[in-house]
Write a new protein. Sequence first.
Length: 102
Amino acid sequence: MSDDPLHAGNGGNRDPDDDEAPRARWLLIALAVVAGLFIAGLAVYWVLTLGPVEPRVPPRVQEISVIQPPPPPPPPPPPPEPPEPPEPEEIETPGTGPRAGA
């Protein structure tokens, strides 16, 4: 085993001059940065294209939401005219009438 504390756990079979691990670390960091920029770009695109989304209301509810006053009630019907009193019947008595003197 190596006395180097940096490589103590790997059995000492690793070359201390090998720079593969730092390269892999930088590749992971670069990949994380690119993924973050991609996600941020998608978020900006989504906000710019869609904008604030208003809740959708069915058209029927929108029409009902405009409250109008009810129409005025119809005027009351005129009171019925009182019936005309019947004309008195002419009762012909003997000796009266158009042929009375004849």
